[in-house]
Design a protein around this ligand. Structure first.
Ligand code: SAM
Length: 270
């Protein structure tokens, strides 16, 4: 791979650059996104354009967000003439709502999809941001390290279940689609990846800082009971957990989304 000046370009580990090269998996992801001319698709980390190419070809409007300056220049050279827009920025500093409403063509309510093959180092932060701003999108097709997808799909009682699982469940319908082997990338990562579809749920009263901090505190030390974790922040934790009808001796990883909702209600009651 060469930059616009003809110099060879190497993948940057610090930016989690593992580029998809296996055409079968590229096709499977594109089939999941199903890009159409009426879509506006936000792509995070387009890299060398493996997924971008098919979205642009479909006639969809594509807004790509890439932090790497060398790749950004290459992408503009390659796709800059069509319905393609590149933002050279850190996605973690981006406000998706203002991005969306700054697009005059979007006022008509076209489909707003998001696609990303995400580096591991930002997966938790980006998922939390996408959950908080999910009303901007109709659906998201995301590839993460498999371990992250196992975590967000973990059922109550599974030790993979954690803070991120509950925030994801409260915010999205989650469909795990398929796994992707290291051989599908260049350079090859050490671990498998997985692709998920996230369909945003409507905003609700769980979109509240108290809910986020309650879940975060309750998972504080995973081997402890919810009471032992929560009593550090909430002096009246025993009474409030009692109001919810949930056994205070349970561990956070055993609690279902409905039960989290009941716990939350008992903690915001006066
Ligand atoms: N989508 C491409 C593919 O599938 O071949 C590249 C995927 S690669 C795993 C991740 C991409 O995200 C890289 O192009 C990297 O430069 C970009 N990236 C990493 N951190 C970023 C950030 N904070 N904001 C925007 N892009 C980022």
């Amino acid at each position: 791979m060469r930059d616009p000046n003809g110099k060879p370009q190497f993948a940057k580990r610090s930016l989690g650059q593992n580029f998809l090269t296996d055409v079968n998996y590229i096709r499977k992801i594109i089939d999941a996104v199903d890009p159409r001319p009426e879509d506006t698709i936000v792509e995070i980390g387009p890299g060398r354009g493996a997924l971008t190419e098919h979205q642009v070809e479909s006639g969809a409007a594509v807004i790509a967000i890439e932090l790497d300056r060398d790749l950004s220049r290459m992408l503009i050279n390659r796709f800059g003439n069509g319905r393609f827009q590149l933002l050279e920025t850190n996605v973690l500093n981006l406000d998706f709502r203002s991005l969306w409403f700054s697009q005059p063509a979007n006022a008509g309510g076209a489909y707003r999809k998001l696609v990303a093959n995400l580096p591991y180092y930002i997966s938790t932060a980006i998922l939390q941001r996408l959950a908080a701003q999910r009303e901007v999108f109709s659906e998201m097709v995301l590839m993460f390290q498999k371990e992250v997808v196992d975590r967000i799909c973990a059922e109550p009682g599974n030790s993979d279940r954690g803070f991120l699982t509950v925030i994801a469940e409260a915010s999205f319908e989650i469909q795990k689609l398929f796994n992707v082997p290291p051989t599908a990338f260049s350079p090859r990562p050490k671990v498998w990846s997985s692709v998920v579809r996230l369909i945003p749920k409507p905003k609700s009263d769980l979109d509240d800082e108290v809910f986020v901090s309650l879940v975060s505190e309750a998972f504080g030390q995973k081997r402890k009971t919810i009471f032992n974790n929560l009593k550090r922040t909430y002096p009246d934790a025993a009474r409030r957990i009692g109001l919810s009808g949930i056994d205070p001796k349970r561990r956070a990883e055993t609690i279902s989304l409905d039960e989290w909702e009941a716990l939350f209600r008992s903690f915001v009651r006066s």
